[in-house]
Design a protein around this ligand. Structure first.
Ligand SMILES: *[C@@H]1O[C@H](CO)[C@@H](O)[C@H](O)[C@H]1NC(C)=O
Ligand SMILES: *[C@@H]1O[C@H](CO)[C@@H](O)[C@H](O)[C@H]1NC(C)=O
Ligand SMILES: *[C@@H]1O[C@H](CO)[C@@H](O)[C@H](O)[C@H]1NC(C)=O
Ligand SMILES: *[C@@H]1O[C@H](CO)[C@@H](O)[C@H](O)[C@H]1NC(C)=O
Ligand SMILES: *[C@@H]1O[C@H](CO)[C@@H](O)[C@H](O)[C@H]1NC(C)=O
Length: 639
């Protein structure tokens, strides 16, 4: 039901019963008779293809649909928008306005990208695999990432831990909704509710609380209470990080760009007022770029992208975004790094404290819903992001510094391209001795991702790095709101504890003095066991330790159940996870690179359009895969 709406947007832009709006009718009038003939034929063809959602179950239907959309890319834009909207409505059964808006905003990009793609070859199969899980996932194109120097045989001796810690705050997935209104309808036809525009005030089923709802994005009141609460529990925060996604999930109406930009400007003004104030948080904040920062959502072009040259479409180059972020991040991100930020399409490096380099990566260049990335030939090092990362890491190695990497989407996420994640893993492997920790967001859940040596087994000995995936502030969807505090070794900058805070939103009606923010758990306390032992009070939560925690999860039901409950910040909507769900969840923690995940099928595909292994569509009907498809779609709906 609700969750159907969630499938909303992406499945997609590929994918819809035309209730023509007046504007569309007028556009159609502008076509000749033949064009209308073609349009009707195309619509009939598309109807067949999307019958019973066959494009999500059959690779060949998905490829056929892409062939049609590619042909339409050479025709007037309105034609493509109409057809994509039709496919969206047909398959998504989502509110008409959502399909229409997403297509109106994103079809112009699809129209530029599809003509370059080899639909029957790797490009088309990758798109169908990555987004719809309807084709086997093409094998990673092998690439040995080049490094300026080999890994040192004898690792340089760095300073030893003094057994002291400092405190770092992580905020993620803010998703403020300026239109949130207490008392508005919680149950609506849009992906997010609690807005007056979607409320029939004469007949309200459930009215929104002051502090938020499981169906809705974040109200300002929740954010304010959180920002006021943090300095009460942590008096001495060394710095904060914010791993992306400031705007709401209003993916069908992100334009004009000024609208999305204003939400971000206002947010950063509010953050500055708390972080910069000597009486409030009084510390620095280092942000990363989320997929929702772009308008239209997700679409970060490459320097080589075929961005439309028409003046009315030049916002698609996102120069406005990088410029406005550089201004919003002033004071926290110093001038030199700001120049980096703009030149470097959203990534920068800084030194928050002596001995630590923090690299903020714009990971939207790994995101399967960033259409620009499908332009042929697909780039192995999109916007030179890997070369830049390696340069920064090599510089840190030469200077005997430690490094943190922060970003929005973790490379092990099921929305990150396998190829990107594979190359990224090689880099983590090469510099694992100096990368003390990584921090991500995007999933809204409280999770982690373990990296292993490239081509090595998934064992404690081979575990090399951990990505902390912090919980969202937004309760969307069916989650409690949350944030993280880390205790960090002052010398090695390794994580000594990860403490998650939450508030039980289902009790919002009983909160007299605002949200009941409280510690949900400390990872040290929750997961220390005889199998995953912490010897001293200051021994770090190493990658090997986290691997052993996942072994505990396999062997001990209580440990897994605890982990799983925490993923939703102990939301009462958490469903039981046993059998394949449990197996996949553990497998996915160990998938530092997304190709190692277990929630969809992979297969062998040689890149020339010839499959080496036969594809079994029926396999996609079994429960195992359906879980994967559901999870994928849920995520795709704009997380
Ligand atoms: C705050 O933390 C820093 C380490 O980041 C430490 O040097 C300093 O002494 C602490 N200040 C107080 C008042 O605890
Ligand atoms: C009130 O809303 C419910 C659910 O949306 C609907 O079933 C019902 O018919 C509505 N009642 C009136 C009087 O509109
Ligand atoms: C992985 O483990 C298996 C069995 O434990 C072993 O035979 C194999 O050599 C290992 N592979 C690597 C790359 O270490
Ligand atoms: C971890 O648990 C063990 C018992 O399994 C206990 O002896 C040890 O003190 C604990 N370590 C920490 C740091 O809590
Ligand atoms: C992880 O488990 C292995 C195998 O039981 C053990 O040898 C190793 O010491 C453990 N490491 C940590 C950090 O818990």
């Amino acid at each position: 039901m609700r969750y159907r709406h969630l499938l909303s947007y992406s499945v997609l832009l590929l994918t819809s019963t035309v209730t023509m709006t007046r504007a569309h009718e007028q556009q159609q009038m502008a076509f000749g008779k033949t064009d209308i003939g073609i349009q009707n034929q195309v619509h009939a063809l598309v109807d067949d293809l999307v019958q019973a959602e066959s494009i999500t179950k059959s690779c060949s239907s998905c490829i056929s649909l892409l062939h049609i959309i590619k042909k339409m890319s050479y025709m007037p834009e309105s034609f493509l928008v109409n057809t994509l909207t039709k496919v969206c409505k047909k398959t998504q059964k989502v509110d008409d306005e959502v399909c229409e808006g997403v297509m109106r905003e994103q079809a112009p990009i699809i129209r530029k990208v599809l003509p370059s793609m080899t639909i029957s070859g790797r490009d088309g199969h990758l798109m169908c695999a990555a987004i719809l899980n309807s084709c086997p996932y093409p094998e990673v194109e092998e690439w040995n990432v080049p490094f300026p120097k080999p890994k040192p045989d004898v690792l340089p001796i760095t300073q030893k831990s003094k057994g002291q810690t400092l405190t770092v705050l992580q905020l993620s997935d803010w998703h403020i909704d300026p239109h949130y209104q207490p008392g508005a309808e919680v149950i609506c036809d849009k992906p997010i509710c609690c807005r007056p525009a979607y409320t029939d005030y004469t007949n309200i089923t459930q009215s929104a609380s002051i502090w938020g709802e499981y169906n809705c994005d974040t109200p300002l009141s929740l954010i304010q209470s959180l920002l006021e609460y943090i300095p009460k529990i942590e008096r001495n925060i060394t710095f904060g990080i914010m791993t992306g996604d400031v705007p709401p999930h209003e993916v069908w109406a992100t334009l004009p760009v000024l609208k999305t930009q204003l939400i971000q400007d206002d947010t950063y003004r509010l953050l500055h007022s708390h972080f910069d104030s000597p009486t409030l948080l009084h510390t620095m904040l280092y942000p990363a770029v989320g997929n929702h920062e772009a308008a239209p959502s997700n679409n970060f072009p490459l320097r080589s992208s075929n961005v439309p040259i028409e003046i009315e479409k030049n916002y698609l180059d996102l120069k406005w975004l990088y410029k406005s972020l550089a201004i919003s991040w002033e004071r926290w991100v110093p001038f030199r790094s700001q120049a980096d930020l703009e030149l470097n399409t959203g990534s920068y490096a800084i030194r928050p404290v002596d001995g630590l380099k923090l690299i903020s990566l714009n990971t939207n260049f790994c995101y399967i819903l960033n259409w620009w990335l499908y332009e042929h030939p697909m780039q192995k090092d999109p916007n030179g992001i890997f070369s830049w990362l390696i340069k920064e890491l090599q510089d840190a190695e030469d200077k005997l510094e430690r490094v943190w990497i922060i970003g929005h989407i973790a490379p092990g996420d099921n929305t990150c391209f396998h190829d990107y994640a594979n190359y990224y893993n090689q880099i983590v492997d090469r510099y694992a001795h100096i990368i003390s920790a990584q921090f991500f967001g995007h999933t809204h859940k409280d999770e982690m991702t373990i990296f292993y040596g490239h081509g090595k087994n998934q064992t404690a000995q081979e575990a090399i790095s951990v990505g902390y995936i912090a919980p969202s502030i937004t309760p969307y969807l069916d989650l409690n709101p949350g944030f993280r505090v880390y205790k960090i070794d002052t010398v090695t900058f390794e994580v000594v504890d990860s403490i998650t805070y939450t508030a039980n939103l289902d009790q919002a009606s009983t909160w007299l003095d605002g949200p009941d923010w409280h510690i949900e758990y400390s990872a040290r306390e929750a997961f220390n066991s005889s199998g995953a032992k912490l010897n001293s009070a200051t021994s770090p939560l190493s990658a090997a330790w986290w691997h052993n925690v996942t072994v505990d999860m396999e062997n001990d039901e209580a440990t897994f159940d605890k982990y799983y409950q925490y993923t939703t910040k102990s939301s009462p909507m958490t469903k039981a996870c046993v059998g394949d769900c449990k197996k996949n969840a553990i497998c996915n923690i160990r998938a530092g690179k997304s190709e190692q995940r277990c929630d969809y099928e992979s297969d062998v595909f040689n890149g020339e359009g010839v499959r080496k292994k036969s594809y079994k569509p029926e396999a996609h009907n079994c429960a195992f895969n359906m879980e994967g498809i559901r999870a994928r779609r849920q995520r795709i709906s704009g997380f």
